[in-house]
Design a protein. Structure first.
Length: 477
């Protein structure tokens, strides 16, 4: 049964709205019809009861006598008439050609009694002995303030019901015509109202991965359609960004695999070459053996360092491997100062620290970042005239560490990629010194794992400034 109802349900939104509108209109018409039937029936019955009551009040007193049969006929043309005395004796005053008077129960009788001062007649609907439904009105008659008898008059309700049914049939016919005209009108109006939605549907059907840059026009007065258009454009924009991010991630992965393969292939090729030389007889020559072994050891250490850096990057990407503790940055720089002086050689080294600053960080990882940045400055400054400055200070966001040099600087085209993995702004220099282009990428990942930032500002020929910002936990230790 449920499946059959589902099959009868309109499939398109246009038809569903038309069907729902027609259903609502039908319900409204049915309610109006029921109210019309009830109100019209009450109106006609009340008018008829008022007319009967007026006729009863206008009866001559002689009609109430038992021998006044000669004046009963004009009143009894289409009505029943009965007289009830105070003792409850019932006298049917209707003739044989008119209606017989129904006998009422005591409760019905009392409910239908009308006094002369009543404006709206009280009436009751009941069946007589012949099965005819009558509308009955009763009035009390009296003299000198005392009730002497009651007059009961009734009339058939069939003529009144015929009028009501006739009006009801006309209303049903008009309601059917209204439903038909309404359905046609609703179809056209709703179709026109849904035109923007159909345009959106056609646009969505044409949307694919190749044309995600296209957007829907938002110039419409319909609030719902405008919201839908805006939501669709925002969704397409998010999907477009996701596709772009996915493409960029794939490209980065491909570059990463290619660069990692290249970095591993170079030392492996070198080791393979030395092994071939040794197998050809150099192993028996100490002058060739030991240099070859030392070269293979360096290349194997290079491979090991590369693998360790890649593993570290993987852990940092997963936010793993950090052992956070309260770290005094001044003490860290003081501990690393001898190492920095050794790497700097004849370069001028400056330390600028004014106050004690502490952060929550991984001490060893933070040292690795500072060493990478300092070593990068050493690589790009003149051995005799180079100046490297280490500055520690605070700002409103946290602790700030700056590594400034007066080296060759970074070309503007390379600045945006300086933290990319395996990226080298100067390939030959980095490769000669054994770097794989992972130092700055590792530093960036470490600082990011600390919820901090690392930025670079450089001008070619004048020098470079690396700025590390870490959230500050406490100060003035």
């Amino acid at each position: 049964m449920k499946k059959k109802l589902q099959q009868l349900k309109p499939k398109t939104l246009n038809k569903q709205i038309v069907a729902l509108s027609c259903l609502i209109l039908a319900i409204i018409l049915i309610v109006i019809g029921i109210l019309q039937y009830i109100l019209m029936k009450d109106f006609l019955y009340q008018n008829e009861a008022d007319a009967i009551q007026s006729q009863l009040h206008s009866l001559p007193p002689a009609l109430l006598n038992d021998d006044a049969s000669d004046i009963r006929q004009p009143f009894l043309f289409d009505r029943s008439l009965a007289k009830i005395d105070t003792s409850g004796n019932y006298t049917d005053m209707s003739d044989e050609t008119s209606l017989s008077s129904p006998r009422l129960e005591q409760e019905e009788f009392q409910a239908a009694v009308n006094n002369r001062g009543d404006k709206d007649a009280q009436y009751i609907v009941t069946d007589d002995e012949e099965g005819n439904e009558q509308l009955v009105v009763i009035i009390a008659e009296g003299r000198f303030g005392e009730i002497t008898s009651y007059l009961q008059a009734g009339t058939k309700t069939a003529p009144l019901n015929d009028v009501i049914n006739g009006q009801l049939q006309v209303f049903i016919l008009l309601a059917v015509l209204a439903l038909g005209a309404g359905s046609l009108l609703y179809t056209q109006v709703i179709k026109k109202a849904l035109d923007p939605l159909h345009r959106i549907i056609r646009k969505v059907e044409r949307t694919s991965a190749e044309n995600l840059s296209e957007r829907l026009e938002e110039e419409t007065k319909q609030v719902e359609i405008k919201r839908l258009t805006l939501a669709f454009n925002q969704m397409v924009e998010r999907i477009d960004r996701s596709f772009q991010s996915e493409r960029e991630a794939k490209e980065q992965m491909q570059r990463f695999i290619a660069d990692a393969s290249h970095e591993l292939r170079t030392p492996l090729t070198s080791i393979h070459g030395f092994l071939e030389v040794l197998l050809r007889g150099a192993a028996n020559n100490p002058d060739q053996l030991y240099p070859a072994l030392e070269s293979m050891l360096k290349e194997s250490q290079r491979i090991k360092k590369l693998v360790e850096d890649l593993l570290l990057l993987t852990k940092l990407d997963k936010s793993e491997g950090l052992q956070l503790q309260q770290v005094n940055l001044n003490q860290v720089l003081e501990e690393m100062q001898p190492h920095f002086e050794m790497l700097a050689g004849n370069r001028e080294l400056l330390f600028l620290m004014k106050e004690q600053i502490a952060v929550e960080a991984d001490r060893d990882k933070l040292k690795q970042v500072l060493l990478n940045l300092f070593y990068n400055a050493v690589q790009h400054t003149n051995p005799e005239q180079g100046v490297i400055e280490m500055q520690l200070q605070t700002n409103h966001a946290g602790a700030e560490i700056r590594v400034r040099d007066n080296g060759s600087g970074i070309p503007a085209a390379h600045v945006a990629h300086i933290f990319d993995r395996f990226y080298r702004s100067d390939s030959s220099r980095t490769r000669q010194q054994g770097g794989a282009g992972l130092g700055l990428s590792i530093s960036h990942s470490i600082i990011k794992a600390h919820q901090g930032t690392i930025e670079v500002a450089s001008e070619e020929g004048k020098g470079t400034i690396f700025t590390v910002l870490l959230p500050k936990k406490s100060r003035n230790l």
